[in-house]
Design a protein around this ligand. Structure first.
Ligand SMILES: [Ca+2]
Ligand SMILES: [Ca+2]
Ligand SMILES: [Ca+2]
Ligand SMILES: [Ca+2]
Ligand SMILES: [Zn+2]
Length: 550
């Protein structure tokens, strides 16, 4: 059973009542900046690029070359909004892309160069592009599941090194116990697939256990990364991998917002989960890989909350960007908020979250089924849909403090526009906005003080055809703190209207959610979106108008 909107509900449903919280006030800086509706049109969307295989492979090699230089890779097209500076490309995904596109590189020289970049720090001692290479034999220490490799003679020496490999440096022990605990929690407690054995890899680190190499990657602006082993051996998209983690997470290099141990913890949770993902589908869509890797940091180490910095590049910050959008500058980490939403929304009665739902999505995504198809299957099995989940996600994001367990720390999604109706101004003429796939926009209507007595609000919309993913909802925020969500019934061509009560004694405000829930793509076009595809329903025009009546 769903905690909030019931699955597939087409009648009005009460979302939630939280009497202990005041009727919702806007957090500072969110809707305060939304314009009184005047011109609600938005910028034209930029097209999503799709390249030839060789060009994409060349880009992947160039991007991998930049992973270790500490400078963000060259920019790719974004959809209308520049991300903040911390949206650096993810090293794991950049190296994954290189492994995926390596066979498309046109020359053998490029393919050899790519292979060397992807090799382990113990394979050769000459770095191609700054990737760590050990210059002496490494020492190793293991548990039953994982091994940690290190050297003590150079810049890669971990904290506690004394030059004698027979004594294990303190940071090596800390890393080993942290990684082992992460491995156990992710694969046994949470039940995910274990990383594939690497025993048949060209370099298996000694045996089939997962290998973690310590190296000073802070200079490259990295915390750590994992690399797929020998994807040529890929059967059913499942490969083993190895990981590199920083050798000390020194505060001088990473700042003091978190301790070295905290940085190790969240990095290990994130990166080891990438090797878990490699066991399901190492070629999976970037937003699913990065979003759930950032999500699991908070599942394992709830108090660190490092992933909150990615809310600035999340659907909470930009509901008009596609949920599955990622580029090498908008790394897809921010979609962790959706996975957090999903696990909280699916929580059984009395629990704060459903710890199995994300695993169900990964199980459905194993092999060739791609992210939104897998997610759609899991939601259908729960009696709901991606369209409904996206809508409720939007309602939560407008009022995160009311819905998410840690939502008081999240900024609400901005409004597109707002309008206060008065006795003298009772209608809003038709305005037009554009919606990308898996994105939405919000418009607020407030009853002014001069609207005394019984009034009603009628909102009409003209959206793209329903088959293109159009949905509209009126979300009534009551003075009691309750929230009711009412679908605007749309005909086949996407037109519809709905009237709700607008008595200011009981209604604080009403918000219109305009939703584009399309998951239609032409797949396999080497984009960063779902199924590496080109979306078929982006930038579509939606119109809305409203008036108050007695
Ligand atoms: Ca191994
Ligand atoms: Ca370091
Ligand atoms: Ca937390
Ligand atoms: Ca898949
Ligand atoms: Zn990652």
């Amino acid at each position: 059973m769903l905690k909030l909107l019931t699955g597939g509900a087409l009648a009005a449903v009460l979302v939630v009542v939280v009497p202990s919280l005041p009727a919702v006030a806007d957090p500072a800086g969110s809707s305060a900046s939304a314009p009184e509706v005047a011109s609600a049109t938005t910028a034209e969307p930029s097209p999503v690029s799709s390249e030839s295989a060789a060009a994409a492979a060349g880009d992947a090699l160039a991007a991998a070359g930049e992973v270790f230089d500490g400078v963000p890779a060259s920019s790719h097209p974004t959809l209308g909004q520049q991300p903040p500076a911390e949206a650096e490309p993810d090293a794991t995904v950049t190296l994954r892309d290189l492994a995926m596109r390596l066979p498309d590189l046109p020359t053998s020289r490029e393919r050899r160069s790519a292979q060397r970049i992807l090799q382990r720090p113990t394979d050769g001692d000459v770095s191609q592009t700054g990737e760590p290479k050990y210059t002496v034999d490494a020492a190793v220490t293991c548990t039953t599941s994982v091994c940690v490799h290190w050297v003590e003679n150079d810049a890669n020496a971990p904290t506690g090194s004394d030059g004698d490999p027979a004594t294990i440096p303190s940071w090596v022990s800390t890393t080993l116990s942290t990684v082992d605990s992460v491995y156990t929690t992710e694969t046994r407690t949470l039940g995910y697939r274990a990383p594939l054995t690497d025993v048949s890899a060209a370099d298996n680190g000694g045996d089939g256990r997962l290998d973690v190499y310590l190296a000073d990657v802070s200079g490259a602006g990295l915390f750590g990364y994992c690399v797929p082993d020998d994807p040529a051996q890929d059967t059913n998209r499942s490969v083993s991998g190895y990981c590199v983690l920083d050798n000390d997470f020194a505060s001088a290099q990473y700042g003091t917002a978190h301790t070295p141990l905290q940085n190790l913890q969240v990095t290990a949770a994130h990166e080891i989960f990438h090797t878990v993902q490699f066991a399901y589908d190492w070629t999976e869509d970037l937003w699913l890989m990065e979003g759930t890797a950032a999500w699991i940091e908070d599942e394992l180490f709830d108090g660190v909350d490092d992933n909150r910095r990615y809310l600035a590049i999340s659907p909470l910050a930009a509901s008009d960007l596609p949920l599955d959008f990622s580029s090498d500058q908008w790394a897809g980490y921010g979609s962790w908020a959706f996975w957090r939403f999903l696990s909280e929304w699916m929580a059984p009665r009395g629990a704060s979250e459903d710890q199995t739902v994300i695993r169900q999505v990964w199980e459905a995504a194993a092999g060739s089924t791609y992210s939104t198809a897998a997610l759609g299957r899991v939601l259908a099995a729960q009696g709901t849909s991606l369209a409904e989940a996206l809508t409720v996600f939007g309602i939560w994001n407008r009022n995160p403090g009311q819905f998410y367990t840690e939502g008081r720390a999240y900024h609400a999604t901005p409004l597109l526009a707002r309008r206060t109706f008065t006795r003298g101004s009772r209608s809003l003429r038709t305005h037009v906005t554009r919606l990308h796939h898996l994105a939405q926009r919000f418009v607020r209507f407030t009853p002014g003080t001069s609207l005394r007595g019984h009034w009603r609000l009628r909102v009409a919309v003209a959206m793209p055809a329903r088959s293109r993913g159009s949905h509209a909802w009126l979300v009534v925020h009551r003075r009691s703190g309750g929230v009711g969500a009412y679908p605007v019934p749309l005909n086949r061509s996407g037109d519809g209207a709905r009237t709700v009560g607008f008595d200011r004694r009981t209604t604080a405000y009403v918000e219109l959610s305009l939703v584009n829930a399309s998951t239609r793509f032409t797949c396999g076009r080497r984009t960063y979106l779902t199924c590496a595809g080109v979306p078929l329903d982006d930038g579509l025009q939606s119109a809305f108008a409203a008036r108050v009546t007695r």
